[in-house]
Write a protein that binds this ligand. Sequence first.
Ligand code: ADP
Ligand code: MG
Length: 320
Amino acid sequence: ETVIDRIAAGEVVERPASVVKELVENALDAGATRIEIATAGGGKTLLRITDDGCGIAPEELPLAVRRHCTSKLSDDLFDIRTLGFRGEALPSIASVARLTLRSRPAGAEAAHEIAVWNGAVEAPRPAALSRGTVVEVRDLFQAVPARLKFLKSERAEAGAITEIVRRIALAFPAVRFELTGPDRSPLVLEAGGIEARMAAILGADFAGNAIALDASREGVRLTGHVGLPTFNRGNALHQFAYVNGRPVRDKMLASALRAAYADVMARDRHPVAVLFIEIDPADVDVNVHPAKADVRFRDGGLVRGLLIGAIRQALSGAGI
Ligand code: ADP
Ligand code: MG
């Protein structure tokens, strides 16, 4: 089991930031409204994610770290509405780190915790926690030197963690995020609306002048904001795209953005954009890679056309 988990871990857990992504998504799936992320040593020494979500019952704690044990999988793999669905993250992480899971569901009399180390799962024991879940990951990859070697400096890994938290947080403005620990000065994102969250993450100058999008085509809905052509960047790092709330990276979306701005922006510049695409889960495959940043639309042309049309219309509506 540990060997299989370590192979899976190579897919799911590339670096500390990918662990943070999985654990924050679990917290969101659990309905958390406050998520605290603490890191030390660029996440190599410590990652601790604390949430106020639904929690895990003591008898389910050992199941949560078992391979392919997920409470989320529906009959149809393509009908995926929660962020997690593979039941791979916790066992994968546990196979390459020391994992502690402490939880207390609402209404439970006490909290319980389990520790997993070297594939051995301890029996749940009572712990102290008022509610929600705390997942602690220590010494990531310390037992897998080949993987440790590929990590960047603590500073770079800490930076990648900040980036993934910002990316996820932008899609969940109603959730309070706090990123703390010796790696950085704290990043606190208070719960609020999308405008305030955009201002906190992309700057008030973007949020204050961005053009709102809201368009639909054949059941696909696009909302979000795009920047004025004058508000452009030298790279595409300021383009945030989400499919059904899930952060995605997609060449087609980037190229659609480029096409939409082709007449009003220099070729080597990149627009700033926040794009939320809501689509029937049956029409998109988020299953391309376990890290789940890639998507494949069943009808890419439809999504591309929607994007380009909506952005051009929004720009011309703004007199551009
Ligand atoms: P998946 O998210 O794909 O279901 P994971 O390995 O990430 O798989 O998590 C396994 C299971 O553990 C989840 O299905 C869920 O039941 C439980 N779980 C994990 N993290 C949390 C959390 N923060 N709060 C509540 N339940 C959790
Ligand atoms: Mg998960």
